[in-house]
Design a protein around this ligand. Structure first.
Ligand code: DUC
Ligand code: ZN
Ligand code: ZN
Length: 460
């Protein structure tokens, strides 16, 4: 099967030009002006943007968390991602403390294998680093293609590791050619503040926010950056939200250190005033919480300064009934919000259309950098001869309104209900196959493939 995309405006992290793309099987075979090739199918992309499939490196599908499971399955989550122009996601495996990494991998595979519509990979969250886990790091990297290891500096008792474990893991991961990603917030400080607010009878979602002030994230980010510097291990801070935390990274550049930084779409465009809506604020109860307007400015600037490398989602949806587990106590509200389908359109609309970032920067942070940092470039994350034909055809003018009534995520509310968006995903290709067209998904679960990733080598 061959396919010719004609006359689109091709945008990569570095280029912007009008040309045709010839695809054979799963791969881009040729790019050029007025290509004289015969294809089985032609798509006219005149007047449209053509960019690489989005990669969301931070999602939680069908994940056991806070006494329940996130509501998107691998099928519904990866399908919703495709509708929104994201052709690949990286999900998180959580090791159970006292058990092996291999057993966690087997458990996650039992839910994900043959169920994905879009392509996927895993980070491995190490929640119990010991002599046995240490031996498994190399196997994960060299045999399973899982090259990034997530750590939590919060959620004590379930997910958190202490600094002794962190240093040990960093040394092993560095030796084996991997990368550490981190949820960098000070768990003990947060636990203290949660307990204090609960004891004072302060139980609404606002106190979720007030239990995780900026200092809890700034302090942990700084500590993580220092440990990464000491061990020389490549480090990636997930869902960075605020000025104090980004300044820890900025300071590290003065001693020639490179730390990769991810923020999420919600931290760029939503703010903490949403927690003043009584229990409705539970829709945005996530960790870290939404911050202030000054932090949004810091994050947009950080993208343009090259300090913030990736815009992800931390997609972790829960039905409203699940959120109501915390109706009487904010600390029982399952943390997370849905965005896997909205990221690419919101970032275009709020970023590119409003002049905050360029089109090239858009592709860089939403598609190319995730592929480079996580060992998939240039197979994924760009449009180039030899790359997987993961392509989004996008109308930059079309306006539409986000709503739970029309989205495809398995969650009964939207964090962006009524949000007017400029720009719409029209057609999506994944490995040469048209997977989304005219608001329809044309492939079934099982089409999505597990992507084995390479050791960390790219500098972005
Ligand atoms: N934060 C969330 O909001 N949800 C899942 C895990 C996390 O760290
Ligand atoms: Zn997190
Ligand atoms: Zn997360």
């Amino acid at each position: 099967m061959s396919l010719l995309i004609k006359n689109g405006r091709i945008i990569t992290a570095s280029d912007d030009y009008i040309a045709d793309i010839f695809i054979e099987g799963e791969i881009v075979k040729a790019i050029g002006k007025d290509l004289s090739v015969k294809a089985d199918k032609e798509i006219d992309a005149s007047g449209k943007l053509v960019f690489p499939g989005g990669i969301d490196p931070h999602v939680h599908l069908d994940m056991p968390f806070m006494g329940t499971f996130s509501s998107d399955s691998y099928e519904t989550g990866t399908r919703a991602a495709l509708f929104g122009g994201t052709t690949m996601v990286i999900d998180f495996i959580l090791q159970t403390q006292g058990k092996s990494l291999q057993s966690a991998l087997a458990e996650w595979r039992s839910r994900s294998d043959n169920n994905c519509v879009g392509d996927y990979s895993f980070h491995m969250a190490v929640t119990d680093f010991n002599d046995e886990t240490k031996k498994e790091v190399r196997t994960m990297i060299e045999e399973e293609g899982i090259t990034s290891f997530k750590t939590f500096m919060a959620y004590k008792g379930a997910l958190m590791i202490d600094d002794r474990q962190m240093i040990g893991l960093m040394e092993e991961v560095k030796k084996c050619g991997g990368l550490i990603n981190v949820h960098a917030t000070n768990g003990d400080m947060i636990d203290y503040l949660i307990a204090k607010h609960r004891a004072e009878g302060k139980l609404s979602p606002l106190y979720h926010y007030l239990s995780q002030p900026e200092v809890t994230e700034a302090e942990a980010s700084e500590r993580f950056v220092d440990m990464a510097n000491y061990t020389g291990c490549p480090g990636y801070i997930v869902h960075l939200t605020c000025e104090g935390a980004l300044n820890a990274v900025r300071n590290a550049t003065r001693r020639n250190q490179k730390i990769f930084v991810e923020t999420c779409i919600q931290y760029l465009i939503l703010d903490a005033s949403l927690y003043e809506k009584n229990f409705e604020g539970a829709k945005w109860v996530m960790s870290p919480p939404l911050r202030e307007k000054k932090d949004q400015q810091t994050l947009w600037a950080g993208i343009n300064q090259g300090l913030v490398n990736v815009v992800a989602t931390d997609h972790c949806p829960f039905m409203w009934e699940q959120k109501k587990m915390g109706e009487k106590d904010f600390s029982k509200i399952p943390n997370g919000h849905p965005a896997i389908e909205n990221r690419m359109e919101l970032l275009f609309s709020e970023g590119v259309a409003k002049g905050k970032i360029t089109l090239n920067k858009y592709v860089e942070v939403a598609c190319t950098n995730p592929a480079k940092i996580f060992g998939m470039f240039p197979k994924k994350g760009t449009i180039a001869v030899g790359s997987d034909a993961d392509v989004v055809i996008f109308d930059p003018q079309e306006k539409h309104t986000l709503s739970a009534k029309t989205h495809h995520m398995n969650v009964d509310y939207s964090g962006y209900e009524g949000w007017e968006v400029t720009g719409k995903v029209k057609t999506v290709l994944l490995r040469g196959q048209v997977v989304i067209d005219d608001n329809k998904c044309l492939v079934e679960k099982g089409y999505g493939k597990f992507v084995k990733r390479n050791k960390v080598k790219q500098i972005v």
